[in-house]
Design a protein around this ligand. Structure first.
Ligand code: SF4
Length: 768
C-alpha cells in the first residue's frame, strides 16, 4: 500500500464546522415529519414528492429502497406507511436534479473527487450512460449498445471468467438478482460478492449452523405477542425506524424491552409516534426497560453471565427456568454446553462486559420466568472477530428458553438493505450450494461453475493483486462501503475496467479502473414502462415476505434502463450465440423470470399469482415451523469462550456507526440530531476519562491511527466529542473511518470486516 499519507479522491478530509446540542431522549415526533417533508419537497418538489410518499410501502405501490423492515400484514397507514429515513431515501431517488453529458463535460473526475460524499450524492440522478476512456479526465456519453459491447469484449478478453468480479448491492430486485447470477454463472464464475458479506454474513453463518436456516424466524406479529424483546448491537431509531412502532405496540401488550449497546441510542430510549395524537403530544414515549451499556465486543461475556445465572436458578428449581421439553425434543449438545457454563463466574463476566452485576441479575430474573423471547440484532454483533460465536450464543439463550418456533419468540437479524435477503435467496452468493447449482444446470442446460468465488474481502485482495481485472457492480457504492479505503481504492484502480449500475453519482465512480462505465438504471420509485405496461418487480424483507413493487414516478430521463433489462442486454453482448438462456424474453416479460425462479428455488410456488396478492406472501421458514434444517434435524447448542480484549497502553477500541442523516454510504445531511451533533461528520465520540488521560478536551482536532498487521493507516482531522460511551470505547462515522478498518481483520467463518472493533491510537492533528 502506498505510503503517501495525504488522501486522494478516495477520502477527502474536509471539516464543515461542528455544532453541538443535547442528546435527544425521544426519537421521531414532529421533527421527523418536518425533516422528511423538507427533503422531499426540496429534492423532488411537492407534487412529485407527495405522489411518491403516498405510494411508498402501500399495497400495490412500491417498496422502500432503504432498510428491510417489514410492512404490516394487515392494515397499512393510509397517512404514511414509512419513516423519516424511508421518505428521505425516496426523496434522494425522486430528485428532479439530473446529470447529463453536459454536467460531466464541465466537471472532471478529479474535481468531483475532492467533494465530500454528501456533496457528491446531492448532485442528482445520472441521466445517460457515461464512459471514461483510458487516460481520460472527464466522463463522456456512450450509447447503451456501445457500453454493453465494451463490457462484453473486455469480459471475453479475460484469460478466465474468474478474473471478473460481479458485486451486488442490496437494492437489486429479485428478478434482476436471479438474472444476474444466471448470467454470471453461464459466463463461468461464482465471483458474486454482495453487501451481505459486510453486514449479516455472520448471522447467516451462525443461524445456518445452529438452526438450519440463515434467516430470522419471527414475523411482525410475533413482536405483538412477545414477553421480552432483546435488542443487541442495533440502532433502530436511525436504521430501522418503523421498528419503533412495533416495539411500542409490543410494550403496550406487556413486553419488557432490554437493549444492549455501547451507546444510549435515542431510538432505544423513547419514541414519539407522529402518527398518533398521544405520540404528537409526547405521551409516554418510553421504550427500553433495561439498558445495558456494554463495552464494545462485551456481548458474549454478558450473554454468558446471564446464562450462568439462569443455570443457577434452574438448578435451584429444575424445570422452572429452562424449557426441558423443547431442549429434549429439538436440540443437541445442551449437556456439554451447560457443563462448559459451570466454569464461569457471572460477576467476573459482567465486569468483562462492562455491566453492573445488579443489572445482569435483574435481566436474568426477567428472563427466568418468560419463554416468548425475541432477540434482535444488527451490525453491533455481526462485524466482530467472534461475531459468529456471539450470535450462536444468542441462539443458545433462546434454545434454553424454548424461544424458537412459537408465537412471540425467535430470532430477528434486522437487515439493513431493502432486498439484501432477497438477493441471497435468488442465488447471489459466492459459495452456492450444490443443490442450487444442480437446479440451475437442470433448468438452464449449462454447467455452472462449482468452485467457490470471491466474497467482498477476497475480491478486493484479488483486484489489488491483479488477479481480478474487471469489476462490475449492480448498485451500491463499493469503495465507500468497504474496509481499508486506501487499499480498496488501489484495487479498483488496478482493474482494466470498472462498471457501476447506479441511480446517482457516488465516490466509486470517481475512483475507477483504467476505463470506467456508469450505467444509469431505473429506481424503485420510477415507472418501468414496456409496451404501455408499468411492470413490477419484487423484494424480500427481513421477515421473509415477498411482495411486489411498482414505481409511480416518471423517470428523470428517457435513457434509463431497468436492472433486468441491463442484465439481459449485458448477457447477450457477452455470451452471444453460446448462451442457452432466453434473455430477450425475460427482458420483455418479467413473469417469465418469476416462472423460472419458481422452477429453480424452493418456496416460490405460484409466484406470479401470489406476488400479485396485496401484501405478497411469506417464504417457508423451518424455524418458524419449529423445525431445524440441520444435518441432524436438531438445533445445535454451541460452545465458545468470551474473548478478552487486550488493549495496549494508549490504545482504544473504535466502532464505525451511521449518523441519523445517513443510509449506508448515502449521506442525506451533516447532522446527527439524536446524538446532538450538527454540521460535521469528522467527529470521534470519546469517554470523558479517556479524553482526560490524553489531555484532550471537547473540540480538539486529532488524527486517528491503526497499525493492524504492521500497516500504518491514518485518518486525519477528527474533532473530539465527549460522549456517554464506555471507557476505552470510541465511535466514528463510516465511510470516513473505513480507511482504518484493516482488510485483513475479519470475522471468523463469515469473513466479514470487523468494522465494530478497530484498535485505535490518537494523536493531536499535525496540520496540512
Ligand atoms: S423502516 Fe426501513 S423500510 Fe420502513 S420506511 Fe423506514 S427505512 Fe423504509
Amino acid at each position: 500500500m502506498s505510503e503517501n499519507p495525504i488522501p486522494g479522491s478516495e477520502n477527502p478530509e474536509k471539516l464543515t464546522g461542528l455544532k453541538q446540542g443535547p442528546i435527544k431522549k425521544v426519537a421521531a415526533g414532529i421533527p421527523a415529519v418536518v425533516s422528511a417533508l423538507e427533503m422531499t419537497v426540496s429534492e423532488a418538489g411537492l407534487e412529485r414528492g407527495m405522489k411518491a410518499l403516498f405510494n411508498l410501502n402501500q399495497k400495490g405501490g412500491f417498496d422502500c429502497p432503504s432498510c428491510a423492515w417489514p410492512d404490516p400484514d394487515d392494515e397499512r397507514s393510509g397517512i404514511a406507511e414509512y419513516c423519516e429515513n424511508g421518505a428521505r431515501a425516496v426523496a434522494e431517488e425522486a430528485t428532479a436534479k439530473k446529470l447529463t453529458a453536459e454536467f460531466f463535460s464541465q466537471h472532471s473526475v478529479q474535481e468531483l473527487g475532492k467533494l465530500s460524499d454528501y456533496e457528491i450524492g446531492g448532485k442528482g440522478r445520472i441521466a445517460e450512460p457515461m464512459f471514461l476512456p483510458a487516460g481520460g479526465t472527464h466522463y463522456q456519453p456512450i450509447t447503451w449498445d456501445a457500453a454493453f459491447e465494451k463490457i462484453g469484449t473486455e469480459l471475453n478478453r479475460l484469460a478466465s471468467p474468474d478474473e471478473a468480479v460481479f458485486y451486488t448491492s442490496g437494492r437489486t430486485s429479485n428478478e434482476a438478482a436471479f438474472l444476474y447470477q444466471l448470467f454470471v454463472r453461464e459466463y463461468g464464475t461464482n465471483n458474486l460478492p454482495d453487501c451481505s458479506n459486510m453486514c449479516h454474513e455472520s448471522s447467516g453463518t451462525a443461524l445456518g449452523e445452529s438452526l438450519g436456516i440463515g434467516k430470522g424466524s419471527v414475523t411482525l406479529n410475533d413482536f405483538y405477542q412477545a414477553e421480552v424483546i432483546m435488542i443487541l448491537g442495533q440502532n433502530p431509531g436511525t436504521n430501522h425506524p418503523r421498528m419503533l412502532t412495533a416495539l411500542q405496540k409490543a410494550k403496550a401488550n406487556g413486553a419488557t424491552i432490554i437493549s444492549i449497546n455501547p451507546l444510549p441510542e435515542t431510538g432505544l430510549m423513547g419514541f414519539n409516534n407522529p402518527q398518533t395524537v398521544l405520540g404528537v403530544l409526547g405521551y409516554k414515549p418510553g421504550l427500553t426497560d433495561i439498558f445495558l451499556q456494554v463495552k464494545i465486543n462485551g456481548d458474549m461475556a454478558l450473554l454468558k453471565a446471564i446464562e450462568v445465572l439462569l443455570l443457577e436458578a434452574e438448578q435451584k428449581a429444575p424445570g422452572s427456568v429452562f424449557d426441558q421439553h423443547f431442549i429434549n425434543q429439538n436440540t443437541q449438545g445442551c449437556n456439554e454446553f451447560l457443563q462448559d457454563l459451570t466454569q464461569y463466574n457471572a460477576e467476573q463476566l459482567a465486569a468483562q462486559a462492562g455491566i453492573p452485576f445488579a443489572q445482569v441479575q435483574e435481566v436474568a430474573r426477567v428472563l427466568a420466568g418468560k419463554s416468548r423471547i425475541i432477540a434482535c440484532w444488527a451490525m453491533g454483533l455481526t462485524q466482530h472477530k467472534n461475531a459468529v460465536a456471539t450470535i450462536k450464543e444468542v441462539v443458545n439463550l433462546l434454545l434454553l428458553k424454548g424461544s424458537i418456533g412459537k408465537p412471540g419468540a425467535g430470532t430477528c437479524p434486522v437487515r439493513g438493505h431493502s432486498n439484501v435477503q432477497g438477493d441471497r435467496t435468488m442465488g447471489i452468493f459466492e459459495r452456492p450450494t450444490a443443490r442450487f447449482l444442480d437446479s440451475i444446470e437442470k433448468n438452464f442446460h449449462f454447467a455452472p461453475p462449482r468452485n467457490h468465488g470471491y466474497d467482498v474481502v477476497e475480491c478486493i485482495k484479488a483486484m489489488h493483486a491483479g488477479e481480478a481485472k474487471v469489476f462490475f457492480a449492480m448498485g451500491g457504492n463499493f469503495l465507500s462501503a468497504t474496509p481499508d479505503t486506501r487499499f480498496t481504492a488501489e484495487a479498483l484502480q488496478n482493474c482494466k475496467l470498472t462498471v457501476h449500475v447506479s441511480t446517482k453519482l457516488n465516490r466509486s465512480h470517481l475512483v475507477h479502473g483504467q476505463e470506467a462505465l456508469i450505467l444509469p438504471c431505473l429506481g424503485r420509485s420510477d415507472k418501468d414502462m414496456r409496451n404501455g405496461e408499468n411492470r413490477f418487480i419484487s423484494c424480500e424483507n427481513s421477515m421473509g415476505v415477498i411482495q411486489s413493487s411498482r414505481g409511480v414516478l416518471q423517470p428523470v430521463s428517457e435513457h434509463l434502463l431497468s436492472e433486468p433489462e441491463i442484465v439481459c442486454r449485458l448477457a447477450k453482448a457477452t455470451l452471444g450465440e453460446r448462451s442457452k438462456v432466453t434473455w430477450d424474453q425475460y427482458a420483455a416479460d418479467y413473469d417469465l423470470i418469476r416462472t423460472d425462479i419458481e422452477r429453480t428455488i424452493p418456496g416460490f410456488a405460484d409466484y406470479n399469482e401470489r406476488v400479485r396478492q396485496p401484501g405478497g406472501f411469506y417464504l417457508p421458514n423451518c424455524n418458524r415451523a419449529g423445525d431445524f434444517d440441520t444435518p441432524t434435524r436438531k438445533a445445535h447448542f454451541h460452545i465458545a469462550a468470551p474473548e478478552k480484549q487486550h488493549l495496549k497502553d494508549g490504545e482504544l477500541m473504535m466502532m464505525t456507526i451511521r449518523s441519523h442523516d445517513q443510509f449506508n454510504t448515502t449521506v442525506y445531511g451533516l447532522n446527527d440530531r439524536y446524538r446532538g451533533i450538527y454540521n460535521e461528520r469528522r467527529v470521534i465520540l470519546m469517554n470523558a476519562k479517556d479524553m482526560q488521560d490524553r489531555n484532550l478536551k471537547n473540540g480538539d482536532l486529532v488524527d486517528l491511527h491503526n497499525h493492524y498487521d504492521g500497516v500504518a493507516r491514518v485518518a486525519h482531522k477528527f474533532i473530539v466529542v465527549e460522549y456517554p460511551i464506555p471507557e476505552q470505547c470510541t465511535a466514528t462515522y463510516f465511510p470516513e473511518t473505513n480507511v482504518l478498518v484493516p482488510i485483513t481483520s475479519v470475522a471468523e467463518k463469515s469473513n466479514t470486516p470487523t468494522s465494530k472493533m478497530v484498535v485505535l491510537t490518537i494523536t493531536p492533528h499535525q496540520g496540512f
